[in-house]
Design a protein around this ligand. Structure first.
Ligand code: SF4
Length: 267
């Protein structure tokens, strides 16, 4: 078994999402649903059979998701989606109960955050890591000032799928525990230029914010030349670039090499 499974778990309490900004154009969820011939529209959000996974136990009464894992939460939707407002309170209850796990969700709807938190959120649950996703300068300039103002204990910025150069300089400070950048996957993927990645890395180094290059995307431009990168190599090729910076310096306990599988990231 790869090390991957020793520290990560997936929890998708609901599935399906509505497109909200340019980064959603070739959404991973839609592509996967199409590939698997889903009968329901990807825009129709529905509860999954795994809704109660964090509090499920095995026959021997131990937790199905073992203590200490990072739980990728709601990766086939958006945790702050309006259509899921009725279900989220129960999720917060489970997240609170499993204070021995890290719950990590990404969102393009950070502007809904304050409407979505539980009454006892206060300055944030310690076991929740929120990734604010941006794909271009416009979305960075809209979402990141909101993100910076929010009471969240662990904040990361996810620039994915990166579709233009992005200047994050004014949003990088000691409250940001990581910036993670990746290109788009899929046959129609918009190109990802390595210069944009290196530029964001420089911005992070300047501000001493941890940086990760997590995925090349399907159409990767380096030194002016476009490369097609198969899905199965997009994570490992990014890792091979060996440009990550200070990963693991903060709370997010990334101490191992990534061995993520294809479905670990949606963009
Ligand atoms: S899952 Fe993410 S990328 Fe897909 S439509 Fe929702 S917000 Fe957009």
């Amino acid at each position: 078994m790869s090390e991957h499974w020793q520290i990560y778990a997936d929890w998708n309490p609901w599935h399906g999402c509505t497109k909200i900004s340019p980064g959603c154009k070739y959404c991973y969820v839609y592509r996967q649903d199409e590939m698997y011939g889903s009968e329901l529209s990807s825009s129709e959000c529905r509860k999954t059979g795994n809704f109660y996974l964090p509090i499920k136990k095995k026959r021997d009464k131990s937790w199905k998701i073992e203590s200490g894992k990072i739980v990728f939460t709601c990766f086939t939707s958006d945790f702050l989606l309006k259509d899921a407002d009725q279900w989220r309170p129960e999720c917060w209850e489970m997240i609170k109960r499993r204070s021995d796990l890290w719950f990590f969700f990404f969102t393009k709807r950070i502007d809904r955050f304050m409407e979505c938190i539980p009454d006892d959120w206060d300055d944030g649950y310690n076991n929740v890591i929120v990734g604010c996703t941006v794909e271009n300068q416009e979305m960075a300039d809209y979402r990141l000032p909101i993100f910076l103002s929010l009471p969240i204990k662990h904040k990361t910025i996810i620039v994915s799928p990166i579709i233009t150069a992005v200047n994050l300089t004014s949003y990088l400070n000691e409250t940001i525990e990581e910036v993670s950048v990746g290109g788009e996957s899929g046959v129609n993927a918009r190109p990802c230029n390595y210069d944009w990645i290196l530029d964001i890395r420089n911005q992070c180094v300047e501000k001493e914010v941890p940086f990760r290059f997590h995925q090349t995307g399907a159409h990767f431009i380096k030194d002016g030349k476009m490369y097609r990168v198969q899905r199965c190599y997009q994570l490992s090729q990014a890792h091979k670039a060996n440009i990550d910076y200070k990963i693991g310096s903060y709370l997010v306990p990334e101490k191992i090499k990534f061995e993520w599988k294809d479905s670990d990231y949606h963009d």
